[in-house]
Design a protein around this ligand. Sequence first.
Ligand SMILES: C[S@@+](CC[C@H](N)C(=O)[O-])C[C@H]1O[C@@H](n2cnc3c(N)ncnc32)[C@H](O)[C@@H]1O
Length: 234
Amino acid sequence: MFRELTVQALTSIERGYDLLAPKFDHTPFRTPDRFLDAAAGTLRTLGPFEAGLDVCCGTGAGVRVLRPLCRERVTGVDFSAGMLAAAQEAVAGEGTPAVEWVRADVRALPFTGAFDLAVSFGAFGHFLPAERPKLFAEVHRSLRPGGLFAFPLGAPQPFRSPLYWALLGFDSVMRARNLLWRPQFVMYYRTFPLRGVRDDLVRAGFTVRLLPLEEFGRREDGSPNWRLVVARRI
Ligand SMILES: C[S@@+](CC[C@H](N)C(=O)[O-])C[C@H]1O[C@@H](n2cnc3c(N)ncnc32)[C@H](O)[C@@H]1O
């Protein structure tokens, strides 16, 4: 596993995930079930939905959330052929509706008005802040008017938390790596802040609601540790 992670860190995002795909579900990078379950619980109250899209689906974590919520069809989109192959194998023969797997860069999605729900888990660290407007515009176009784009978002770590320093350290090492090495491997933990994300969603043509995921408790100031961002295409 260490070898794969090292090779992954020295290659492109797409190729890195191709290499990691067979073992991805045993890494901490696969979104844990408790996040998926929490998102599914909230989305259930907002449905029913007809057609769902998992943006950066990887091995299909979000597809598993979408299937019980969507009556007509579910699509997973990712640019790593290796991840898509692993996803296909993992959900083969499981339940309904049928799942379609699409290989595409989500900064150029091949859909227009095709879904009434899009979700994304654990992938936004792969996009620089400057890429967010394009990414959100692509999801916006892929949704039908009134369609929802939903994803969990954690509150920032407090300054005195060890995790704050761990994430800052990780991002600093990645920045140094990306200055020195090509191809770049964009993966940052601290580049997707609520305010900037909300502003970019609004500019892309969404209205935004923030629903607390109470399963994850609250901070000392009373704000939720985790929220489900629910953006509705106007
Ligand atoms: C950390 S994994 C998350 C996978 C899955 N959503 C989960 O929660 O377990 C990130 C995924 O995003 C995909 N990805 C990153 N950048 C992408 C892009 N520009 N277009 C399509 N997929 C992308 C990677 O191939 C990878 O499968």
